[in-house]
Design a protein around this ligand. Sequence first.
Ligand code: SF4
Length: 227
Amino acid sequence: MQSSIEYKINEVFESIQGEGALTGVPSIFVRLQGCPVGCPWCDTKHTWEIKEDLKTSAEEVMAEQSESERWFGHSVDQLLTLFKQHGYTAKNVILTGGEPCMYDLRPMCDALEQYGYSVSVETSGTFEILVSPNTWVTLSPKIDMKGGLEVRQDAVERANEIKHPVAMEKHVTELEKLLEWVPKDAKPLIYLQPISQQKRATDLAVKTCIAKNWRLSLQTHKFIGIE
Ligand code: SF4
């Protein structure tokens, strides 16, 4: 059972998840191309546009080390072959972006699970989350961003983990408002993640996590210089 959907992919690599609940988990990262959200601090701006003239082959993208707007199209079958070709051994796949939920990810999740992978997705919550029931959903809500998209209630309801970027008090207030949408029987893990490791943001995140019994998420991969 495989799908013929062709996903637009900016890069694929194997590393260790550096943030949130899955910190430390060896993972294959699949970065999908395209994101209309427009966060000013975004560190993957090269994934925003899907330019048809920048479509290339998987071989070229995999050979390239630097961040690039180039992308390639692959079905799930082709992606699984790519994992094999590169000798990846991680058993968790992280679908990220860009905004991966611009795509219907159900065929991708189903196929990966069928091959023994666990799957997680990182989303801004501004698109419907179309994933398998077992997929771990990390919602990093992006509120009032330039693209004018709103965080959806159904995204908050589906989240296993809500990891909120924080730099100032108003971000904490925004999060508290969103949490009103969490269903009574759901218990998503709540993380604050200081934006760009700024000291003020980190101090605020630490203080707030202690006061509210939330968790602190640090981008540990940046401390040790891995992708
Ligand atoms: S949602 Fe993610 S990829 Fe899109 S602009 Fe914001 S940080 Fe960047």
